[in-house]
Design a protein around this ligand. Structure first.
Ligand SMILES: *[C@@H]1O[C@H](CO)[C@@H](O)[C@H](O)[C@H]1NC(C)=O
Ligand SMILES: *[C@@H]1O[C@H](CO)[C@@H](O)[C@H](O)[C@H]1NC(C)=O
Ligand SMILES: *[C@@H]1O[C@H](CO)[C@@H](O)[C@H](O)[C@H]1NC(C)=O
Length: 387
């Protein structure tokens, strides 16, 4: 495939996301078409989110339990007295709505679950006016009892010392974000996210973006980590990990984003290969697309319990262990499949994250590009591995 063809397809993907808003508002007036109710009505749209999570680390069994608060800045596209969000198994405690500039409150009458459509509806006493921005503040609680390696989940592993260790992580594609927070969980609604969360002192957290600051809360004996704001991102690509993992990184040239490869400290020796090769794959993608990798860093995590092969969240990719943990005993086949899986998720940083298709039907395009680059870039970096 020539470079021009790829650049052309890149723009096709762009039109994928920019062409989306028009047909989102079909359920606004009159009786909604039966299929449309699964879609958000489009009368309000998100501008940015601030998400703050406080997992309960004391009652930690197999389930995941947390309190959270989300502040969503919204645009009103057509006058309405109902705000519809995606929610799944979220217990909403309280919702406050106010106009952004005047700070006038809008009273909330009721919050209703629409379980079948995985939505919740916030009914207001007065109408929101079109063209005005409002701030939506939601305090809520989530308890995930069944661990199916989706949403916000816990992965466990055995340390050499025989005791069991855990890490907490997200896996949100395709529609897991609505289990993490009430949100506009459709891929066309890309907005900046400010993420913060608490963690125990002996663990660290990582997210799409680097850490902005942390503070230690003496009374809770926990640390709150605040991350730098993301660029506009699709809800299913937001991500974080709380773990005791450590990382290896190869030095990068000035102006290049470092790649950090994470695993449990017992297996750190096995990270040498991927951590050495990954930065080369990233710069091969930059050279080819002539678009610099957008985020300040890229993390690759080897996860003990993982439901697919890998997930290419923006700036924080997660993998089955076998793709990242390689050593002298690894076959050349294992080395090849490890690197090519890394390459695949790297391609998704451009085709999927930087540019995102507006609806799930087209997600195969992200994978198609990823698959193409899986071979292209590998071939340019490590020709002997593929023939
Ligand atoms: C809405 O759903 C949540 C989560 O399933 C549940 O805890 C809550 O009781 C429901 N609220 C109402 C009013 O039914
Ligand atoms: C989000 O984070 C940025 C810094 O990364 C900060 O400037 C901004 O004020 C934050 N937004 C909110 C709503 O807190
Ligand atoms: C696979 O990679 C590891 C780590 O660099 C290396 O030690 C090993 O020799 C490689 N396997 C083969 C068959 O080349």
């Amino acid at each position: 495939m020539s470079k021009n063809v790829v650049v052309l397809l890149f723009f096709v993907l762009f039109s994928c996301v920019f062409g989306s808003y028009g047909h989102l508002s079909s359920a606004g007036a009159g009786a909604p078409n039966k299929m449309d109710v699964y879609r958000l009505p489009g009368d309000t749209t998100p501008v940015s989110y601030e998400l703050d999570l406080t997992p309960d680390y004391n009652r930690f069994e197999d389930d995941v339990d947390y309190d959270a608060e989300v502040e969503i800045l919204i645009d009103v596209r057509s006058t309405t007295s109902t705000i519809t969000l995606n929610c799944k198994d979220i217990l909403i405690y309280v919702v406050y709505v106010h106009e952004k500039i005047s700070e006038d409150n809008v009273d909330v009458i009721e919050v209703r679950n629409d379980t079948e459509n995985e939505q919740c509806k916030i009914f207001l006493k007065s109408k929101l006016r079109a063209g005005i921005q409002y701030v939506l503040n939601i305090e809520y609680h989530v308890n995930i009892k069944v661990n199916n390696m989706e949403g916000f989940y816990k992965s466990t592993y055995n340390k050499k010392s025989e005791h069991k260790e855990w890490l907490l992580l997200t896996y949100l594609e395709p529609i897991g974000a609505r289990r993490l927070l009430p949100c506009y969980d459709e891929p066309s609604y890309k907005t900046p996210f400010n993420i913060s969360l608490t963690r125990p002192r002996n663990k660290a957290s990582r997210s799409n973006m680097p850490l902005y600051k942390s503070y230690y809360d003496k009374s809770a004996r926990e640390t709150r980590d605040v991350f730098v704001q993301t660029p506009p991102i699709a809800t299913h690509m937001i991500s974080f990990v709380v773990s005791g993992f450590v990382s290896k990184t190869a030095g990068t040239a000035a102006g290049e984003s470092p790649v950090y490869v994470f695993s449990d400290v017992d297996r750190m020796d096995q990270l040498r290969y991927v951590s050495g090769e990954a930065p080369k794959l990233l710069s091969a993608m930059e050279k080819f697309t002539e678009v610099q990798y957008e985020l300040p860093k890229l993390d690759l995590f080897a996860i003990p319990d993982f439901k697919s092969d890998a997930m290419g969240n923006w700036g924080l990719n997660t993998f089955r262990e076998k793709y990242l943990l390689l050593d002298d005993m690894s076959s050349s086949k294992a080395n090849e499949s490890g690197l090519s899986m890394v390459q695949r998720e790297m391609a998704r940083q451009w085709f999927g994250n930087l540019v995102t298709c507006s609806w799930w039907d087209y997600l195969w395009l992200h994978d198609a590009f990823a698959a193409y680059f899986q071979y292209f870039s590998m071939d340019s970096v490590r020709p002997p591995l593929i023939n």
